[in-house]
Structures are given as structure tokens and as C-alpha cells.
Design a protein around this ligand. Structure first.
Ligand SMILES: [Ca+2]
Ligand SMILES: [Ca+2]
Length: 240
């Protein structure tokens, strides 16, 4: 292999990948990605209300990472009791399940029972090679909205451990080979196939150089590459 070939990756993190409905009266609460249900509770806009077995989800594609952080605020509306729960999922992984007592909080809106706004924070990992993610809040309630319900807002998804993934086919298909922050030294030093596409989260820089490619000039990528013409690469050098 030519000695000049190298890959250098600059990771900056955490990466705030997504946020929605952050403020008391954000416009994006109305055009959110989760549900067309939006309510106003004492001047605070919330995605909701939901009851029975209603769930809300958001699908992310072309997302890559070793470790993620998912935060949101759950809103208890009126009289929850012990059988009423909301469960949080990242794909098939259950991140948590929670409930409240009927009297938790103070009455702010709707029926004369209490409301509560409660921040939730979860961290999770996805299996290597997966580059999509579905986040879900699943409720289980036994009474109607006149008695109890739930909502949510202040959604953020952070990439706590960013990665770059190289693929043997265009559009992030085929064989995958991943480098994550913090584990470079444990990775093989050679990418085992011709690179056709690269999945790169915002804020990461990938520098590559090879005599067979762009006349040997260093290429810097700061966004995903869907289909490279040809890149037969070489060596991966952590400190190049
Ligand atoms: Ca109330
Ligand atoms: Ca109930």
C-alpha cells in the first residue's frame, strides 16, 4: 500500500442530532414529527393529549452512533393511577417505563386533577451496523381524557459517541465498516473493501487521501457521501 494514504477523523461531540418543541410556545410544536395532536395547557404548548393505548413515534434514517441520549419532558394530565404507564422504546429496546400518583403536581388545565411536567433522560446503544432508529412513547391508560391523559415536548436526540461508517455500496448499503470516537485503536487498520459511500454525522470531519483518488489530493468530507466514484482504500492512520 502507498505510504501516503490515510484517513483522519475529527470527532466533535456530543452532537445535537434533533430537537423539537423546546419552548413554552414554539411554532415547531405544531409542525412536529410525532403527532398532529397539540394542546395548550395554561399557555404551554404540548404534543398530546393521548390516552388508552395511543403511542407516538419518530423514525430517524441515516443516523449513526455508538451511544445516544434521548431526552424529553413527559406531561401528566389529570388523574393517573398505578395502572397507567408510559413506556419509552428505542427500536425494540425498552428504555424505561414510568407512572405517577393521581395527586402528583398542581392543577393547571383540563379537569380539576393535577398536572405535572417531568424531564426524562435516557442513554442507549444500538447494534453495530444499524443506521436507522425509531423512538416511541407508548401509553397504557384505562380511562378517557376527561379523567387522565399524557403528552410530551422538549424532544432532543444527541449522539454521545459519534461514529463514521464506510460502505461497500452506494447509499449506505453493502458491507459496513465503522469507526467510533474512543475506539479507534481497537479497530482494524485497514478498510476491507472499496468505499462507495460514507455516513457522517454533522460536525464530524473525515479526511482521506490516496494516489488513486483525486490525483492524490486530500479530500475532506463534512457530510455524508452517497456514492463515491471509486475509492480503493488503504490504511487508516489515527495520527496522520
Ligand atoms: Ca387538571
Ligand atoms: Ca387510570
Amino acid at each position: 500500500m502507498p505510504g501516503v494514504s490515510f484517513i483522519k477523523i475529527l470527532f466533535f461531540y456530543p452532537i445535537l442530532f434533533y430537537q423539537n418543541c423546546m419552548d413554552t410556545r414554539s411554532g415547531d410544536c405544531y409542525n412536529n414529527d410525532w403527532s398532529s395532536n397539540v394542546v395548550d395547557c395554561a399557555g404551554n404548548i404540548v404534543i398530546g393529549r393521548f390516552t388508552a393505548n395511543e403511542k407516538i413515534s419518530k423514525q430517524f434514517s441515516n443516523i449513526i452512533g455508538g451511544k445516544f441520549g434521548f431526552n424529553f419532558t413527559i406531561v401528566k394530565f389529570d388523574s393517573w393511577d398505578f395502572v397507567d404507564t408510559v413506556t419509552v422504546f428505542a427500536d425494540e429496546i425498552e428504555l424505561g417505563k414510568f407512572y405517577y400518583n393521581a395527586g402528583d403536581g398542581v392543577d393547571m388545565c383540563f379537569a380539576f386533577y393535577q398536572e405535572l411536567f417531568d424531564s426524562k433522560a435516557y442513554q442507549f446503544r444500538l447494534p453495530e451496523g444499524r443506521n436507522s432508529l425509531k423512538l416511541t412513547l407508548q401509553g397504557h391508560f384505562d380511562e378517557p381524557l376527561t379523567n387522565e391523559g399524557w403528552g410530551a415536548k422538549r424532544f432532543t436526540l444527541e449522539i454521545l459517541q459519534p461514529c463514521v461508517e464506510f460502505y461497500s455500496d452506494c447509499n449506505f448499503q453493502g458491507e459496513a465498516w465503522r469507526i467510533c470516537s474512543g475506539n479507534q485503536t481497537s479497530q482494524a487498520r485497514k478498510i476491507p473493501f472499496e468505499i462507495k459511500s460514507i455516513l457522517i454525522a454533522n460536525g464530524i470531519q473525515v479526511k482521506m487521501r490516496d494516489p488513486k483518488y483525486h490525483g492524490g489530493q486530500t479530500q475532506t468530507y463534512t457530510s455524508s457521501q452517497y456514492c463515491l466514484s471509486s475509492y480503493q482504500f488503504p490504511k487508516y492512520n489515527l495520527n496522520a
